[in-house]
Design a binder for this molecule. Structure first.
Ligand code: G4P
Ligand code: NA
Ligand code: NA
Length: 189
């Protein structure tokens, strides 16, 4: 998606540890004109799928999912991150290991909001090692819903998440895939 790539090239900042800061338009301040176009693009790419729910994970996926959902005319559900909890059987739960934050957390979603009748599109801002997305995929499996695919705004193609998820047979649509980045250069696939 050219408009997104232009924003990344103009305003993205590469930080040590292979982190791309996109705080000025996606992760802190949000450029709603851009995110609206992102929403339209997800709809265009998944227009053949009978989506009934968009599933994301807190926090930064939520805003993007909500704007995209207007084009699908479906509810957004977001999985919550929890440190440790008393599972009462009313929640789907999976474990996620964050490499960026060096910790393991539980991802939970109420069983009330997802079931076998649903067709799910996953949406998130970043795909790096894919742990967050794997956690969401596990929850969809547990629910019996049909996983139609995943829409990612920025995929870091030099980390292994995208490959793992595609190898699982999941339809993955990333709007920008970064193949390499340094302080002064960034290349897209
Ligand atoms: P993974 O889910 O792909 O395995 O990645 P990892 O656990 O390493 O990522 C942890 C968090 O860092 C995720 O957000 C992920 O979206 C984000 N992230 C990974 N690489 C980058 C990057 O290069 N730039 C930016 N800006 N973010 C990155 P989170 O902290 O779990 O969630 P949120 O609350 O920020 O949404
Ligand atoms: Na995220
Ligand atoms: Na994030």
């Amino acid at each position: 998606m050219q408009l997104l790539k232009d924003h990344i090239l103009k305003d993205g900042i590469v930080k040590p540890g292979n982190i791309l800061k996109v705080d000025s338009f996606l992760n802190h301040q949000m450029d709603i004109t851009l995110i609206n176009e992102i929403g339209k693009e997800f709809k265009r790419r998944f227009s053949d799928c009978p989506i009934t729910k968009i599933l994301t994970i807190e926090a930064s996926g939520i805003g993007i999912a909500c704007i995209a959902a207007q084009y699908f005319d479906v509810p957004v559900i977001f999985a919550k991150k929890a440190q440790s909890l008393n599972l009462d059987g009313e929640m789907y739960c999976s474990k996620v290991e964050s490499f960026t934050h060096k910790k393991v957390y539980d991802v939970i979603l109420s069983k009330k909001f997802l079931g076998p009748e649903d067709h799910v599109l996953l949406i998130d801002d970043f795909l790096a090692n894919g742990c967050a997305l794997m956690g969401l995929i596990e929850i969809v499996k547990e629910s019996g819903a049909v996983l139609e695919g995943a829409g990612i705004v920025i995929e870091k193609g030099f980390q292994n998440g995208g490959q793992c998820i595609r190898d699982m047979g999941v339809r993955l649509e990333s709007l920008a895939i970064i193949d390499s980045m340094t302080d002064d250069s960034l290349t897209f696939r």
